[in-house]
Design a protein around this ligand. Structure first.
Ligand code: G2I
Length: 466
């Protein structure tokens, strides 16, 4: 059964900062066509995903297919996150174990789970020196280059239209002060292997953002300088690249660098998005929480930092489990680090949401006196994206199901919906109640929401009782 779990249900929580609230006319289909309701504030998010969405960002987690049968794991995933990265399932050894034989079963399970639950997907990773199948490890020269190009073409084509961003090339630069490339069988096919990979990925899925992803590039150093020079060169020569991923695996030996935000910003200034792609920070308590808060605030302070992904859900899910580096403990409880992240997400943003003057007269909002329902839109708009909250209010008789219809402006696309079943992502769209929020008492209300790119809806919405 199709299921969208509740996210962003904290409708009654007061916001600590002023928030754009554009409340719009809501029309009960026949009876309340002229009803106008204005609300003054929107709620602060109560989950990582909704709070990040209010800042125009996503909040993701690395997911392992074999944990999708763990109810605690899935419960947290569906409640908190709106982006997923398959932790291992899209890598070369997983998707092409024998040359020319592609297996997508586990990766497809994650993509399908994401789609069913309104999450987007970061693809990871098309080309990497590690986790190659044995047959590729034994190849070299033009045969390997050809195999790589075929691999990228096949995998990116299989997932065409379903991936928000691909880590096209992962970890191709050397550690230390050399500022050079990492030696690998791929590197030995020629220095142009990275651009060949990006051009191939663009041809296979023109809609996906294409990222270069690496670690130890989180502050300015010889390695990040070398990546920076590559991105600059790609931009100058028109090699397709849209984003740079900063893995951000931190511990006491490798803490969050002091120039973390500045480093993100200098890459963004090259004309690419930046993303925090594999965040984990070893430690516990307030020390760990403070570092997490710093990372989130750095991303929010960089307008082109489009989202944050943590590398796992519970500490026990981590590749570094003994370092307890994640936001939930082994039992699935929220850690202080979780609270620090949520508070940081709710605490501010760059760019601030555009202030849009209410276009209607103030709050008289009497509960509808007839049967049917009304839908009230509250829009939070920023450059390039929006979140819309929709409050569905029952009239004089209780609702036993509802449908809300509205029209999105041209160019707007919905990317994520919570507490409703959407139909359509652009133009005229409708939203139906889910099993748990279709029944609304007389005069009572329920809220759902959606997030999108482009300009959010500024017209009215219809509400039809089932
Ligand atoms: O190493 C941490 C990450 C560094 N950046 C790239 C990421 O792709 C990488 O992820 C990790 C996964 O979290 C691990 O789960 O990549 C490791 C491999 O390099 C993954 O570990 C592998 C184990 O080595 C295998 O023995 C195991 O079969 O995970 C596999 C699946 O559980």
């Amino acid at each position: 059964m199709h299921k969208v779990l509740a996210r962003g249900s904290g409708s009654s929580t007061a916001r600590s900062r002023p928030h754009t609230a554009l409340a719009l006319a809501a029309a009960g289909v026949a009876v309340f066509a002229a009803t106008v309701v204005v609300t003054a504030t929107a709620s602060a998010g109560t989950t990582l995903g909704t709070s990040a969405a209010e800042q125009g960002r996503y909040f993701g987690a690395a997911v392992a297919a074999n944990k999708l049968s763990d109810a605690t794991y899935v419960g947290i995933l569906n409640r908190e996150f709106n982006m997923v990265t398959p932790e291992n399932e899209m890598k070369w050894d997983a998707t092409e174990p024998s040359q020319g034989q592609f297996t997508y079963t586990n990766a497809d399970r994650i993509v399908s789970h994401a789609q069913t639950n309104g999450m987007r997907v970061r693809g990871h990773a098309l080309a990497w020196h590690s986790q190659q199948p044995g047959w590729a490890q034994n190849m070299s020269g033009s045969a390997l280059r050809q195999a790589l190009v075929n691999h990228i073409t096949q995998v990116a084509t299989h997932y065409r239209g379903k991936i928000y961003a691909w880590d096209v090339v992962n970890e191709a630069f050397a550690d230390g002060g050399s500022g050079g490339r990492r030696d690998s069988n791929l590197q030995r096919t020629g220095n142009d292997w990275i651009e060949a990979a990006f051009r191939t990925a663009r041809a296979a899925d023109p809609g996906a953002k294409l990222c270069y992803n690496d670690y130890n590039t989180d502050g300015q150093n010889a390695k990040s300088n070398a990546v920076y020079a590559m991105v600059q060169d790609f931009k100058a020569r028109g090699v397709p690249i849209d984003c740079v991923g900063f893995q951000s695996h931190f511990n006491s030996a490798s803490p969050v660098p002091g120039d973390y935000q500045a480093n993100l910003q200098r890459f963004a200034n090259l004309g690419v998005d930046v993303q925090i792609t594999e965040l984990d920070i070893e430690g516990s308590g307030t020390v760990q929480a403070d570092s997490y808060g710093r990372v989130v605030r750095a991303c929010l302070a960089v307008p082109r930092c489009t989202g944050i992904t943590v590398w796992g859900i519970r500490d026990t899910d981590s590749w570094r489990a003994s370092g307890t580096p994640l936001l939930f403990d082994g039992s699935g409880n929220k850690k202080p680090a979780y609270t620090a992240v949520l508070n940081a997400l709710n605490g501010g943003s760059t760019p601030p949401p555009t202030t849009t003057a209410p276009t209607t007269t103030p709050p008289t909002s009497p509960p509808p006196s007839g049967s049917g329902c009304t839908a009230t839109l509250t829009l939070s708009q920023w450059q390039g994206g929006f979140v819309t909250y929709v409050r569905v209010t029952a009239g004089a008789t209780p609702l036993n199901g509802w449908t809300v219809g509205l029209t999105l402006p041209g160019g707007a696309t919905i990317t994520n919906t919570w507490n409703a079943q959407p139909s359509g992502t652009s133009g005229a769209v409708t939203f139906r109640n889910l099993s748990y929020n279709g029944q609304v008492g007389a005069g009572a209300s329920t809220e759902f929401g959606f997030q999108g790119v482009g300009t959010g809806p500024s017209g009215s919405a219809t509400c039809t009782a089932a």
